[in-house]
Design a protein around this ligand. Structure first.
Ligand SMILES: Cc1ncc(COP(=O)(O)O)c(C=O)c1O
Length: 377
């Protein structure tokens, strides 16, 4: 599914030198290695502020808390994401409201968000938290309009979307604040847990800095109850090295995606969807946006059997995500039930992520597509 060693081997000298420098300078927490990454990230994303932190999960919490979201507020997000998209809202002390997804992109559907805003619980909504799922930006034209019309904060869950764009603006610079994850499987990845908050607001950035250090502006004077959510120096140094290569890696991912499209079309099994019939529905790039191709996710009506068939041939695949958030045991208290979000529930039954990473070879892709075509025949 993913071979991280193919990225590491050509970089290992450069990475070891960066790690050695941290050891020599003993800057283990924040410090210059993280500050250097923050400056480079600001430039790369075209944002005014980038703040390194301990994980994507903490980045989401920091972004929400810094934006002033807390008890008594409600935040709307998608039921079809990783658990952290919603747990960060709950950790911030806010209520989480869900709205269904667009079956074509798997991202939060603005029309469904409007229905929540106009519903009985709409008045308490303070923010929307769309997720740029699989590396494709959520419909930011609609969310920006909704944010303005209703006076809401917009927080991007950009954990999977380093390098993605919406109408020429990079993910991370679209909302009031954004959260990135550098979990080792992400497009831009650390050697452990790490994350980042980006924002164009000086006030929000200042609050993130304070909150990631236990609410301190001055050492041992705590203005608010924050948390320990700092990035460590090793991750800052490693990410600074990798940031230099991310554009090339993302282009390579895009080439891999194009090659899958062509191979599936040539095999005669590609369908445009949104729902599958006998073949597989391929992912597509929304016009005017740039997909970061964190995942290449197809839809199949016989997904589970297809996955077993691939596994028997030692072909990796993954299901992101098999259980929608409203059906998770931990979230029963939210008051939703099976049937609440039919699009998310159907996606959870049909999606299958295929291997995609910059170094994936054409012959390996041919093997994947041949096996899928064989299964379908
Ligand atoms: C959509 C989404 N949000 C949030 C996170 C949380 O990031 P982390 O694992 O770095 O805490 C992840 C990644 O795991 C993710 O995929």
């Amino acid at each position: 599914m993913l071979d991280l060693k193919r990225q590491y081997l050509p970089l290992h000298r450069e990475l070891l030198a960066a790690v050695e420098h941290v050891l020599e300078t003993q800057q283990f927490i924040l410090g210059e290695p993280v500050a250097a990454l923050e400056r480079a990230a600001q430039e790369h994303l075209g944002v005014a502020h980038a703040l390194g932190c301990s994980s994507g999960t903490d980045a989401l919490w920091l972004a929400l808390a810094a934006a002033g979201v807390g008890p008594g507020d409600s935040v709307i997000t998608t039921p079809f994401s990783f658990f952290a998209s919603i747990s960060a809202i709950l950790r911030a002390g806010a209520d989480a409201l869900l709205a269904d997804i667009d079956p074509g992109t798997f991202n939060l559907d603005p029309a469904a968000v409007v229905r929540v805003l106009n519903g009985p619980r709409g008045a308490a909504v303070r923010a929307i938290l769309p997720v740029h799922l699989y590396g494709q930006c959520a419909d930011w034209t609609s969310f920006a309009r909704l944010g303005q019309e209703h006076g809401l904060k917009l927080i991007e869950d950009a954990a999977q979307a380093w390098g993605a764009e919406w109408q020429g603006i990079k993910a991370g610079g679209l909302g009031d604040a954004a959260a990135f994850s550098f979990y080792p499987t992400k497009n831009l990845s650390a050697a452990g847990d790490a994350g980042m908050v980006t924002t164009n607001s000086a006030k929000l950035a200042e609050r993130v800095k304070m909150l990631r250090q236990h609410g301190m502006r001055r050492r041992y004077y705590h203005d608010e109850v924050g948390w320990n959510a700092r990035m460590d120096g090793f991750q800052g140094a490693i990410l600074s090295v990798k940031l230099k290569y991310i554009d090339g890696w993302n282009e390579a991912r895009c080439a891999v995606a194009r090659r899958y499209h062509a191979l599936f079309a040539a095999a005669g099994v590609a369908e445009t969807g949104p729902y599958p019939s006998h073949g597989v529905v391929l992912p597509h790039e929304v016009p005017g946006s740039r997909h970061a191709w964190h995942q290449y996710v197809i839809r199949s009506s016989r997904r589970d059997r297809l996955r077993e068939f691939l596994a028997a041939r030692r072909i990796g695949s993954e299901i992101y995500y098999p259980v929608p958030l409203h059906m998770q045991e931990a979230l029963k208290g939210l008051g939703y039930a099976e049937g609440s979000f039919p699009e998310a529930e159907r996606a959870a039954r049909e999606v299958l992520a295929l291997p995609i990473f910059p170094e994936l070879r054409e012959d390996e892709q041919q093997t994947v597509v041949r096996a899928i075509a064989e299964f379908l025949s």
